[in-house]
Structures are given as C-alpha cells and as structure tokens.
Design a protein around this ligand. Structure first.
Ligand SMILES: [Fe+2]
Length: 306
C-alpha cells in the first residue's frame, strides 16, 4: 500500500493520498513527506532555480529576508515542520497541511489563529506555468516567506477578525434570505480585497513597484509581467475600487493595486472592517468571485458560523 502511494507521489491532480483524505472529508492531513517522488523534488528544484533571479529583481525586500530566515531549500521540497520551527519564533505563524480548498470562513478563522492552510501537492514538471489550483510552491514559496514579516502577519490576523465581524453583524438579521444576501456581498468584498492584496498585491519600493502577492511571487512569467509590462494597469489601492472590482481568475492579471507599506495594508483592513460595520459592503458590484450557498463553500461556512 505504502509502496503504491510512494510511486504515485504527490503531484497536483494525481495524489491518491490527498484524494482519499478529501473523499473521507478530512480537511487537515499529515505532511507525509516520504510520499514525494523524485520527480516532485525535481519540480521544486526547477521552479526555485528558475524564479530565484526574478525574486531578487522584483520581490519586496521582506520576502527575500523571509526566504533567508526560513532557509527555504532550493533543491528539494521543504518539510513543513522545519519551516514552522523557524517561522514560529518570528511571528507565531504556522503552515498546516490540508487536503484542498478551505471554505471562506474557516480559512479566515485559521489566519486569526495564525495558522496558514497549505496544500502539499506540487505541479507536474511539464506544467510549470499552468497552475490549475494552488500547490506547495504557491503556498510555501509564495505565501509563507511573507509570514515572517510582523506587520504583514498581523494584517492576516485582522482579516480573520473581519470574518468574525461579518458573522456577528449578520447573525442579528432575522430573515435567512436577507442574511444570505448581506453575507454574499460582504464575503465578495473581503475576497476581492484579499485577492488584490495578499494574492496579487504590489507595493511601492525604493526602485519603483515590487511584488508582495503570492500569486505573483510563485509565477515566473507573471512576476516580471506584473512589474514591467505596459499591458498591466497599476494604481494606488483605493478601497471603493477594490471591493467592487471583478477578480479575473483564469489568466494573467490586467489590473493591479499598489500599497505604500504593510502598515498601510494593516490600516486598510481596519477600514474594510469599519466599512462592513457601516453597511458599505452590503451592495458591492456583481461578478467574480461567485459566492454560492449550497455548494458547502464560502457562504455556507459563514452561515454555519453564525
Ligand atoms: Fe494563494
């Protein structure tokens, strides 16, 4: 049995160990490091070596400090336990292996506890640029180095607080339909804000804009494009715009927003929460991300929390 699983490895879309956990309904799983195949480690090596010079050129300085601080290995997939050992003393954050998508409220609630749900599978080596879903390179090389930075880590915790505020505010609404409508709008606004900051954010740097969003930092092609391409529009982050901007998920981002600093980002999340309390997130523009109640995903997780 173990031999069969080891031979299969942990490639995105072909990882029996993870698929079985998902079918059982297990969200949290063990790291199962011994299941990685040699091809899996080779995929990490290739991804790391290719993107490293671009990190030096386009990433924000705290990300590069994070890579050093975590001693992210260039030549093999890291063990989450060794990453966590170095991360915990810095900001208290921990990466925790999961079997797949974590529904909205649960995800934000993890951040509040300084836990970061991480996938353990890795994209196949022949599909380095085409990423149908997050993998360990996106989660651990793209996200986790930023969790070594205190103001950024505190910002993620504030996101978690916002999710609780959303539940508290809407728990008082009597009609289920109106409660669902309000939550749909609030969750859409939060998801868009998260998308345009934590996933695809740019920050003002000493030499122009630099990247701090993990979707950029884990993509060789998009990282350079985000900073250099004249086809990308870049604007200082405006709350009114971001919460109403449709997120485009299946191609390179045509529009990116720039923050001044992580202290600025923290203040913006405070403002997002104030807007939520003032009812300013109750009627955001329709469009992606779609929030569905019945697929057990985002909205349901908030409704159940109430
Ligand atoms: Fe991500």
């Amino acid at each position: 049995m173990l031999q069969a699983l080891t031979e299969a490895g942990l490639s995105t879309g072909h990882a029996p160990f993870v698929e079985e956990a998902r079918n059982r309904g297990d969200l949290y799983i063990s790291e199962s490091y011994e299941l990685y195949s040699e091809e899996n480690h080779e995929a990490w090596r290739a991804l790391y070596q290719r993107i490293r010079p671009r990190w030096e050129r386009y990433a924000n300085p705290w990300f590069l400090h994070g890579i050093e601080g975590l001693q992210l290995p260039p030549d093999r997939i890291p063990r989450l336990s060794e990453i966590n050992q170095r991360l915990r003393p810095l900001t208290g954050f921990q990466a925790r292996p999961v079997s797949g998508y974590v529904p909205g409220f649960l995800f934000f609630d993890c951040l509040r506890r300084r836990e970061f749900p991480s996938t353990i599978t890795i994209r196949p080596a022949d599909r380095m640029d085409c990423l149908p879903e997050p993998d360990i390179f996106h989660d651990i090389a793209g996200h986790v180095p930023m969790h070594t930075q205190k103001a950024f880590a505190d910002t993620l915790v504030r996101f978690g607080d916002c999710a609780h505020t959303a539940v508290e505010l809407t728990a008082e609404i009597r009609g289920r339909q109106e409660r669902a409508r309000r939550l749909t709008n609030i969750v859409k606004a939060m998801s868009r804000f998260f998308w345009f900051t934590v996933e695809f954010g740019l920050m003002r740097g000493p030499r122009g804009a630099c990247a701090y969003g993990s979707g950029l930092l884990s993509s060789y092609a998009e990282l350079a494009r985000a900073i250099d391409s004249p086809e990308v529009q870049r604007y200082p982050l405006q709350m009114e715009w971001v919460v109403n901007q449709v997120a485009e998920i299946d191609h390179y981002q045509p529009l990116l927003f720039i923050i001044d600093s992580f202290e600025h980002l923290f203040d913006l999340v405070d403002r997002l929460e104030r807007w939520m309390r003032d009812g300013k997130l109750d009627n955001v523009a329709p469009g992606l991300p779609e929030i569905h109640e019945d697929d057990l995903h985002d909205l349901r997780s908030f409704m159940d929390a109430a």
